[in-house]
Design a protein around this ligand. Structure first.
Ligand code: URA
Length: 189
């Protein structure tokens, strides 16, 4: 069985795909190791690659604000990505890269045992919820698998590009807050 420390150490040495050749840092994940909510993004961008932490650039700042709107913050959730290394020029991670990386997230999820998983954007929702996930139609909907409740929000980068999506996202965030109140014990909500 993994521990957080052994898993992180192993992951930081990963050479499982060619993204290892261009990365500056592996972005393992960040947050409370007993969090009941797991947020999953797509993959690191430039700032995340430089700092080795998820969601620290502009999209990350917006994510922090989104969490604050519903009285959550990084200290109460865990944040990870589908791929742990930056795809060059911030392109979408390729299928082979996602396949090579997904086991790290599986092992993180096994350690965390979250009650709620929130996918940030289409790519995470397709991997985690279902392959034909349509973010414009299905964001904010709930899916339950083996007792774990899952939903997806628009990616914060999409909300930076298109502010018209923000009101719907606020409704989705409030639904996440309500679900956390119902299911979680130590979010303080
Ligand atoms: N976008 C993501 O999907 N993940 C990050 O960590 C940063 C930006």
């Amino acid at each position: 069985m993994d521990t957080w420390e052994s898993l992180r150490k192993e992951c930081l040495d990963c050479k499982g795909c060619s993204l290892a050749d261009t990365r500056h840092n592996v972005v393992f994940g960040d947050g409370a190791e007993n969090a009941e909510l797991l947020f999953i993004g797509e993959g690191p961008g430039q700032h995340e690659d430089e700092q080795g932490k998820p969601f620290v650039g502009r999209a990350g700042k917006l994510l922090d604000e989104m969490l604050e709107m519903v009285n959550l913050d990084r200290s109460k959730v865990y944040i990870a990505n589908i791929v742990k290394c930056r795809p060059p020029q911030n392109r979408d991670p390729l299928g082979v890269e996602q396949d090579a990386c997904i086991d790290w997230l599986r092992r993180q999820t096994a350690l965390l045992r979250p009650k709620i998983i929130v996918c940030l954007g289409r790519i995470a929702a397709k991997v985690i919820i279902k392959d034909d996930f349509r973010i414009t139609q299905e964001h904010g909907q709930w899916f339950e698998r083996s007792g774990v409740w899952m939903t997806a929000l628009y990616h914060p980068a999409a909300l930076l590009r298109d502010v018209r999506k923000r009101p719907e996202t606020f409704e989705d965030l409030k639904a996440i807050q309500a679900k956390a109140r119902e299911l979680c014990d130590h979010t303080g909500l």
